[in-house]
Design a binder for this molecule. Structure first.
Ligand code: HEC
Length: 116
C-alpha cells in the first residue's frame, strides 16, 4: 500500500468520525434544546414554564393553555401558522421576524413535550 493510499483512508476515517460525533440531527428531527432556549426567551413570560398560560403576564383574551385539547387538537400546520403569523386581536404576536421557520418548528416541538 502506498503512502498516498493510506492518507486517503485516514482522511475518510476522519470524516466518518466527525459525522458520527456531530449532534444526531438528521432532517426531520427537531432540536429540542434549541426549542427550549427560544421558548424561555420569547414565550415563557406569557405561556408559563409548562405552557399552561400561567406566565407572569395575563391578557384579555387570555393566553392559550398550550397543553389544552383546544390547542392540541389543531394540526401542527395550524399551530405553526399561529406562531408564524400571530393571532389577530390578541396578545399573541407574529414571530416570523424573530425566528426562522426552522427555529419555530423547534419551539413547537418543545411545546409538544409539555405534560398534558
Ligand atoms: C405577549 C404574550 C404572548 C407571548 C410572548 C406568546 N404568546 Fe402565544 N398566545 C398568547 C395569547 C394571548 C394566545 C391566545 C390567542 C387566541 O386567543 O387565539 C396565544 C396562543 C398561542 C398558541 C395557540 C394558537 C392557536 O392557533 O390556537 C400557540 C401555539 C402559541 N401561542 C405559541 C406561542 C409561542 C411558541 C410563543 C413564543 C415564540 C408565544 N406563543 C408567545 C400570548 C402570547
Amino acid at each position: 500500500m502506498t503512502i498516498a493510499r493510506l492518507a486517503v483512508i485516514c482522511a475518510l476515517m476522519a470524516v466518518c468520525w466527525l459525522l458520527a460525533s456531530a449532534p444526531g440531527l438528521t432532517a426531520g428531527e427537531r432540536d429540542l434544546a434549541r426549542g427550549k432556549k427560544l421558548y424561555e426567551k420569547y414565550c415563557l413570560a406569557c405561556h408559563g414554564t409548562q405552557g399552561r398560560g400561567d406566565g407572569a403576564t395575563q391578557f384579555d383574551p387570555p393566553v392559550a393553555d398550550l397543553t389544552s385539547s383546544e390547542v392540541l387538537l389543531k394540526p401542527d400546520s395550524r399551530l405553526l401558522k399561529s406562531i408564524h403569523e400571530g393571532r389577530p386581536n390578541t396578545a399573541m404576536d407574529a414571530w416570523k421576524s424573530a425566528m426562522s421557520e426552522d427555529a419555530i418548528r423547534d419551539v413547537l416541538a418543545y411545546v409538544l413535550t409539555f405534560p398534558r
